[in-house]
Design a protein around this ligand. Structure first.
Ligand code: NAP
Length: 298
């Protein structure tokens, strides 16, 4: 019997796995894909995790996973398509038809990229439209690209791409940026970066591949790539009616990870909270696992 089924293998899920194993519980980590590791793998360099400045995001995720595995957590691949509670047990249905039965669940499924939902975006995804500068940036060496968004991801992406590309447009819908002012200052000093704010994107243009962007004010920008970094949406669609969510869809749970459903805990980016970082995800995972252990002890 699985004592703690952890859904998601990002820093929150893996941290929960370590804490739950140290409590001597049977732990299975469910990941959508082998070595999924969460969003941390998209960071070329993580500079704000205690004691590991400059660590590559993939290396960090891999180290977290190895740690959990070495402590005896089991890993399974599968996509959750349904969750229900029968008596005291959770039944988690996977896309391949398997059902996993567990005494507790730590839900750490993270968040997915938000879309702009403008004409051309879907059609040209993978043909110039990208949601990951670190993954796809190298394809645009010495080319002109645009980055959409005003948060830390957009600013970091624009800075990263400014080292590779001949020209980078940073397009944000408001004049104020919510991302770090220090990064914004660096971008303003770059000769090959042009900041367009406020500016809205009306459409992504191109036949089979991106050739430019049409702005809402009628301006056109010629570019070969558009990196969309307009935030994330929590992966909580399955939880509607099962556990309480906030208006945006984040799981309502306090620091302990306890949700409105007994025995079901939330950790990491899926939880309604102020700061979504590797360090806060890891802390959430630890808290959720300790709460699960306490719950199992009755
Ligand atoms: P975010 O902070 O939510 O920012 C999303 C940005 O996209 C905002 O500027 C928002 O505009 C804009 N936006 C949202 N929907 C839009 C739409 N439909 N059309 C146009 N623009 C839209 O998301 P994030 O940058 O991905 O960051 C997520 C979290 O990770 C944050 O807490 C961030 O601090 C953290 N993070 C930290 C680092 C770091 O510390 N180095 C790096 C990356 C991410 P408005 O501002 O107008 O709402």
């Amino acid at each position: 019997m699985i004592d703690v089924l952890i859904i998601g293998s990002g820093p929150a899920g893996l941290s929960a796995a370590i804490y739950a194993r140290r409590a001597n519980l049977e732990v299975t980590v469910l990941e959508k894909l082998y070595m999924e590791l969460g969003q941390v793998v998209l960071s070329r360099q993580v500079d704000n995790y205690l004691g590991m400045p400059g660590m590559n995001g993939y290396d960090m995720g891999e180290a977290f996973r190895r740690h959990a595995q070495d402590f005896g957590a089991k890993f399974l691949e599968g996509e959750v398509v349904g969750i229900k509670k029968e008596g005291d047990l959770f039944h988690v249905l996977l896309g391949n038809g398997t059902t996993l039965v567990a005494r507790t669940v730590v839900y750490a499924a993270g968040a997915a990229h938000r879309h702009l939902n403008v004409p051309g975006e879907e059609e040209l995804a993978g043909r110039g439209v990208s949601y990951c500068a670190v993954c796809d940036g190298a394809f645009y060496r010495n080319k002109t690209v645009a980055v959409a968004g005003g948060g830390n991801t957009a600013l970091d992406d624009a800075l990263y791409l400014s080292e590779l590309c001949s020209k980078v447009y940073l397009i944000h819908r408001r004049e104020e940026f919510r991302g770090a002012q220090a990064t914004l200052l660096k971008l303003r000093e770059k000769e090959n970066v042009t900041i367009l704010a406020p500016a809205g994107i009306a459409a992504v243009e191109g036949e089979n591949k991106v050739s430019g962007i049409a702005l809402l004010d009628g301006r056109k920008i010629e570019c070969q790539g558009l990196f969309i970094a307009v935030g994330m949406e929590p992966q909580t669609g399955l939880l509607k009616g099962f556990a309480e969510l906030d208006q945006i869809g984040y799981v309502l749970a306090d620091e302990t990870g306890k949700t409105s459903m007994e025995g079901f805990f939330a950790a990491g980016d899926v939880r309604a909270k102020a700061l979504r970082q590797v360090v806060t995800a890891a802390a959430d995972g630890a808290n959720a696992a300790v709460s699960a252990a306490e719950y199992l002890r009755g």
